[in-house]
Ligand binder design. Structure first.
Ligand code: NOJ
Length: 559
């Protein structure tokens, strides 16, 4: 399809109280795996621009781009060396501007990733800190401490990195002697900033303005729960069963400290200086929904990913509970819930929903993981789960490739893996590469149309031709067609701005509710469920006459 001005959706401006982010469906682009215009095997910004018509055709309201700023790519760009430039592997600032303009022309808003918890060790500030003396203003931008032990040979505390191993690295001082230690929640190439330092705060206000001035519609804020550390950096031993981003544990001295809220209030004011409802979305893994809702009070962030929803298993009672709790908690602070099922850090939901063993967030799955998913069950559940999610009031995020029904790539060769988690745990945790494989566009093209050369930074599975967009585009039963219908009907019936009313009487294994004119029924049980009267607007899978088969969701409009 070719875009024409007539296709443009309503103006980018919106009336107070109906801000776009309250109801938007936002599509996550992981630039290195989306589309590769240069042919070097890594996706890039011109690749995004080239596919804006596909996103317009899909029907999303906005895109969020994972980091494309200058970076040595030790953590796929979440290690930023220059916050005000595009990394040459992704293009140039001019490429960014062209992509942004192209998106806006199509009525698609653009959110960029901002990584404020840590920089790359190649950032000029960190390089200056390494050269400077202990106690200097250069060191005070990061978290440097003297070590424990007789000669400072022990780390300042017992904290363990999210990616495995210790959270401190010792530096060599300018005179060649072993020196202080610096904190890195993630890889040692990602030193944490000290957010108690006003200079750090001023710098990030300025970085926000740099991108706002260019016209971005908002920011997805990386590790929003990590910026402030508990006073005195007390020892802490995490729950070994917990997810790596800490979502399950309470009282962690480096997650969810109350001091972060001051930062969001400050940023809220910066965004408010700009026209057009610019928005902040928190990546915050916190123990409870109620705690996460504090991130989206009226003068703080606008959205926070609902990871409690993402982490809910395929169980009707659990889903009803988390949906009710979310609508209550976010509603109490006047915010939408921001639903999400997949992203670049978790096992794709077309595989995750069929896992038969525990899988802590961030661990990934590989050939030796227990509880391998059945792909047919996984895809059926994923289609049903997305059909349920997109009927809920609020905003939703989609992750590139889920509209094609892509599964996690489980059997990546060990020597292809690139996630620091894999290296820092000596292969004990597979990490996140399996959800980051470049996506297929054309069944018969090199690299499935990811580029023209056939190069791909992670190998694409041989069976991915069947998932290619061109194969699915005209097939009414395809996952792509399902997503297109869901997005069109959601928009037509105003479901994002609607109200949920639970329906009883369908049995314990069914999630049933009404949102405006649409009745939504998801059957998570083993036996088929009789459908009420009405017109089927969309179904996640084939129906069996007037009954709804297992792992299927249907939207019905009153006859
Ligand atoms: C969360 C990001 O989503 C993840 O990919 C990254 O590794 C960490 N933050 C560190 O920035």
């Amino acid at each position: 399809m070719t875009f024409t001005q007539q296709d443009a959706r309503p103006e980018l401006e919106s009336a107070p109280g109906s801000e776009w982010w309250r109801t938007a469906v936002i599509y996550q682009i992981y630039p290195r795996s989306f589309a590769d215009a240069s042919g070097d095997g890594l996706g890039d910004l011109p690749g995004v621009t080239a596919h804006l018509d596909d996103l317009h055709e899909l029907g999303v309201d906005a895109i969020w781009l994972s980091p494309f700023q200058r970076s040595p790519q030790k953590d796929a760009g979440y290690d930023v060396a220059d916050y005000r430039d595009v990394d040459p592997i992704f293009g140039t600032l001019a490429d960014f501007d062209a992509m942004l303009a192209g998106a806006h022309e199509r009525g698609i808003r653009v959110i960029v990733d901002l990584v404020p918890n840590h920089s790359s060790d190649q950032h000029v500030w960190f390089q200056e800190a390494l050269k400077a003396a202990p106690g200097s203003p250069e060191r005070a931008r990061y978290i440097f401490r003297d070590g424990k032990g007789e000669n400072g040979e022990l780390p300042p505390n017992n904290w363990e990195s999210v990616f495995g191993g210790g959270m401190w690295k010792r530096v060599t001082e300018a005179d060649g002697t072993p020196g202080q230690w610096y904190l890195h929640i993630f890889d040692e190439s990602q030193p944490d900033f000290d957010w108690t330092n006003p200079e750090v705060r001023a710098e990030f206000r300025d970085i926000l303005r740099f991108w706002l001035d260019r016209g971005v519609d908002g920011f997805r804020v990386d590790v929003a729960h990590g910026l402030i550390k508990a006073e005195g950096l007390p020892d802490f031993t995490p729950d070994p069963e917990g997810g790596s981003m800490g979502g399950d544990s309470a009282g962690v001295p480096y997650w969810g400290q109350p001091g972060v809220h001051e930062v969001w209030r400050d940023w809220h004011e910066v965004l408010a200086e700009y026209d057009g409802d610019r928005a902040l979305c928190a990546e915050a893994w916190l123990p409870t929904v109620a705690q996460t809702a504090l991130w989206v009070r009226p003068d703080e962030m606008h959205q926070a990913f609902n990871f409690h929803y993402l982490e809910t298993t395929w169980d009707a009672e659990a889903l009803r509970a988390v949906i009710t709790e979310s609508l209550d908690a976010y509603g109490a602070v006047g915010a939408p819930s921001t639903w999400v099922l997949s992203n670049h850090d978790v096992v794709r939901h077309a595989s995750r929903l069929a896992l038969t063993a525990e899988n802590p967030q961030g661990a990934g799955i590989g050939p030796k993981s227990p509880g391998q998913p059945d792909p047919v069950t996984g895809l059926r559940r994923a289609r049903a789960a997305t059909s349920l999610m997109l009927a809920l009031p609020g905003s939703s995020y989609l992750y590139q490739g889920e509209e094609l029904g892509l599964p996690e790539v489980i059997d990546l060769p060990d020597d292809a893996r690139q996630d620091p988690t894999w290296f820092r745990t000596n292969g004990e945790r597979y990490g996140r590469d399996g959800c980051r494989v470049p996506i297929p566009w054309s069944a018969d093209a090199p690299a499935y149309g990811f580029n023209d050369t056939g190069a791909a930074w992670l190998p694409q599975p041989a069976e991915w031709a069947e998932f290619a967009r061109d194969v699915q585009r005209d097939d009414p039963a395809s996952t792509l067609s399902l997503y297109r219908s869901l997005l069109a009907e959601r928009r037509a019936h105003g479901l994002g701005a609607g109200t949920l009313e639970w329906l009883e009487g369908f049995g314990d294994d069914v999630v049933a509710f009404r949102n405006g004119p649409i009745t939504v029924i998801a059957n998570l049980g083993d036996t088929a469920v009789a459908l009420p009267a009405g017109d089927v607007v969309v179904a996640s899978g084939p129906l069996d006459g007037a009954s709804l088969p297992t792992d299927t969701t249907v939207w019905i409009a009153a006859a």
